[in-house]
Design a protein around this ligand. Structure first.
Ligand code: 13P
Length: 283
C-alpha cells in the first residue's frame, strides 16, 4: 500500500524504532523488498537513486516502485533518493512517487537551502514529504572495496542543521556523521557524539545514509540515539548478485528463475535489516 514517508518516520521516532529504507535497481530487488516487508509486517521505504532514475527513465522507475508498493498490504513509501535537481523531483512526484530526497549537500549552504526550500514548496503543496542532506556523506564507487582515504566527506554542523531545518521546512534530515555509501575495507569512523548534538538541535526525524557494511550493533546504537530511517543500498546489490551467481553456477539460463533466485537472496538481507531496525510488526 503506497503511503507518504513522513507519517511512517514520525511514528518510528515516537516509538523508538527505525523504518528500513532500501534502494531498488530492477524488478527482483523492488519486489523482494516489498514482499519481505509484508511478510514481516514492517513498514518500508522503497528508494531509487537519481542515477538509476536517469538510467531507467522516470516512468519505468516509478512503475517498478509503485507496482511493488501496491502489491502488498503493508505501508510502503516510494522515495526518490539523492535527487539532484528541482526538475527531477517534480518529474518523480508527477510520476507518482510518494516522497523525495533532494541532495544539495555538495552545494554552498545558501544554494542547498534555496534548492531544498523550492522542492519543499512543490512537494508540500501536494501533501508529500521531503528529505535533505547536510554535510556530505562519503561516496565510494559502486561495489569498489576502497581504502579508507578513497572517499571525501564533510561532517554536519549541528547549529547549521537547526537553521537549515527552520529555513527549508524539510520533514527528515540526513546529517553526515562519517558514514559512506558503499562497502569500505574498514568500518567508517562515526562521530556519534555529533549525532547526539544534531538530535538535540532539531526535532524532525533523522536519517542514516550509508547503512551497508555497518555492524548491527553500530546501527542499533544509532537508532537508540534517535535515528528513524536507516538506508541500505549496496548490501541489496550484493544479495542480488549472490542470488544470480548461485543460479548461474547451475549453467541454466532462464531469466525468470535467475530473477527468482536474486529475489530470494534480497529477501534474506531485508529480513535481517528489519530485525536490526526493530520495525517488524509495526506495519
Ligand atoms: P549504502 O549503499 O552504503 O547502503 O548506502 C545507501 C544509501 O544511503 C542510499 O542513499
Amino acid at each position: 500500500m503506497l503511503v507518504p514517508m513522513g507519517d511512517l518516520l514520525r511514528r518510528g521516532q515516537r516509538e523508538g524504532y527505525a523504518v528500513p529504507a532500501f534502494n531498488f535497481y530492477n524488478h527482483p530487488t523492488a519486489q523482494g523488498i516489498a514482499f519481505e516487508a509484508e511478510s514481516r509486517e514492517s513498514p518500508v521505504i522503497l528508494m531509487v537513486s537519481g542515477r538509476y532514475v536517469d538510467f531507467m527513465g522516470v516512468r519505468h522507475a516509478a512503475a517498478l516502485g509503485l507496482q511493488a508498493a501496491e502489491a502488498v498490504r503493508t505501508p510502503v513509501a516510494v522515495l526518490l533518493d539523492h535527487g539532484a535537481t528541482l526538475e527531477l523531483a517534480e518529474d518523480c512526484i508527477a510520476a507518482g512517487f510518494s516522497s523525495v530526497m533532494i541532495d544539495g549537500s555538495r552545494l554552498t549552504i545558501a544554494d542547498n537551502t534555496a534548492l531544498t526550500r523550492a522542492v519543499v514548496e512543490f512537494a508540500h503543496a501536494r501533501g508529500l514529504s521531503v528529505e535533505a542532506e547536510l554535510g556530505a556523506v562519503g561516496v565510494i564507487d559502486d561495489a569498489v572495496y576502497g581504502a579508507e582515504d578513497a572517499f571525501k566527506l564533510t561532517l554536519v554542523d549541528p547549529d547549521q542543521a537547526a537553521a537549515f531545518v527552520r529555513n527549508t521546512g524539510i520533514d527528515a534530515l540526513a546529517p553526515a556523521i562519517g558514514t559512506v555509501h558503499g562497502l569500505t575495507k574498514l568500518e567508517p569512523r562515526l562521530d556519534l557524539r555529533l549525532l547526539e548534538r544534531v538530535r538535540q538541535a532539531v526535532d524532525i526525524p533523522l536519517v542514516l545514509h550509508g547503512g551497508s557494511g555497518l555492524s548491527d550493533e553500530t546501527v542499533r546504537t544509532i537508532i537508540a540515539i534517535g535515528v528513524s530511517k536507516v538506508n541500505v543500498g549496496t548490501e541489496i546489490k550484493v544479495a542480488w548478485r549472490d542470488g544470480l551467481q548461485e543460479y548461474f553456477a547451475t549453467e541454466k539460463y532462464e531469466p525468470r528463475l535467475a530473477s527468482e533466485a536474486a529475489l530470494a537472496a534480497v529477501r534474506k538481507t531485508v529480513s535481517h535489516k528489519i530485525d536490526v531496525a526493530g520495525s517488524a510488526g509495526k506495519a
